[in-house]
Ligand binder design. Structure first.
Ligand code: ACM
Length: 269
């Protein structure tokens, strides 16, 4: 076994204060080290409830170029860790709810959320590329963002392409549904999952959004290895053997992927 330390940063960003939020994230990541993989929340440094695309734009960063990339790229190299963080991406006229992987060698990979939640559809374009699988020092990891959890094909697509760990930056608001569902995603795909949620309340568009905390690390048997409280900053780092996710043999006679019957799953697109 080559052990790896993986975990999440749960905290409460202040809406719009990217500079202050990045300073807090830097302190939290340094506190969580040593770690091989740290997952940060969706839109980790900006807050969530934007009024309009025009309000997103000044806080959006082109992929690979901006203060969130500067910090996470530096931390990934210094701490020798892979970091995954959500951010608002600007690409020409378009805005995406995206997440990047910052690798210890100083390179980045990008994922644009494909299942936009609620008012996000008024702010962002949906991603049009498959969920991201990236080769890292821990083996392959997969990236999905928050509401992607409700579409099991997302996690399945990552696992079937070799992801051992689902990295899941989140700003969850539905009460505990996702945290429960991720146990199933891990069992049905035999993978680890790190869901990094935020906590706190935002009230900016005439509705009160309460983010549910309860970040967690789940193993391929659906065991919760670590869980955060609902309403507090929390760093969760746990030692795992990532290679456990490579064993898809459920019984002597059953292989999780070889036994699939896609020819009979009528109605799936
Ligand atoms: C969500 O996708 N932020 C609920």
């Amino acid at each position: 076994m080559t052990p790896a330390r993986i975990g999440y940063i749960q905290y409460k960003p202040e809406f719009g204060d990217r500079t202050g939020n990045l300073a807090r994230l830097e302190a939290l990541c340094r506190q969580a080290a040593p770690a091989d993989l740290l997952v940060l929340p969706e839109l980790a440094a900006t807050g969530y409830e934007f009024l309009s695309p025009a309000e997103v734009r000044p806080l959006a960063e082109p992929f690979g170029d901006g203060p969130t990339f500067d910090l996470c790229g530096r931390l990934a190299r210094e701490l020798n860790a892979t970091l995954v963080a959500g951010y608002p991406e600007s690409a020409g006229e378009r805005l995406y709810n995206a997440a990047f992987v910052a690798l210890p060698d100083g390179t980045f990979a990008n994922y644009r959320k494909i299942h936009l939640f609620s008012r996000e559809k008024e702010l962002f374009s949906p991603g049009d590329a498959p969920p991201l699988v990236v080769e890292t020092p821990l083996g392959r990891i997969g990236v999905m963002i928050c509401f992607d959890w409700l579409f099991p094909e997302t996690a399945h697509s990552l696992a079937i392409r070799g992801a051992r760990i689902l990295c899941h930056p989140s700003n969850l608001v539905l009460p505990g549904f996702c945290q429960k569902a991720m146990l199933g995603r891990c069992i049905e795909n035999r993978v680890f999952a790190v869901t990094a949620n935020r906590w706190g309340v935002e009230e900016r568009v005439g509705r009160r959004l309460r983010f549910t905390g309860l970040s967690q690390v789940v193993d391929p048997r659906g065991n919760v290895l670590l869980a955060a409280p609902e309403e507090a900053d929390h760093l969760g780092v746990v030692e795992i053997d990532p290679a456990l996710a490579d064993d898809k043999q459920v019984t002597e006679h059953n292989h999780l992927f070889a036994d699939r019957r896609p020819d009979l799953y009528e109605g799936l697109g």
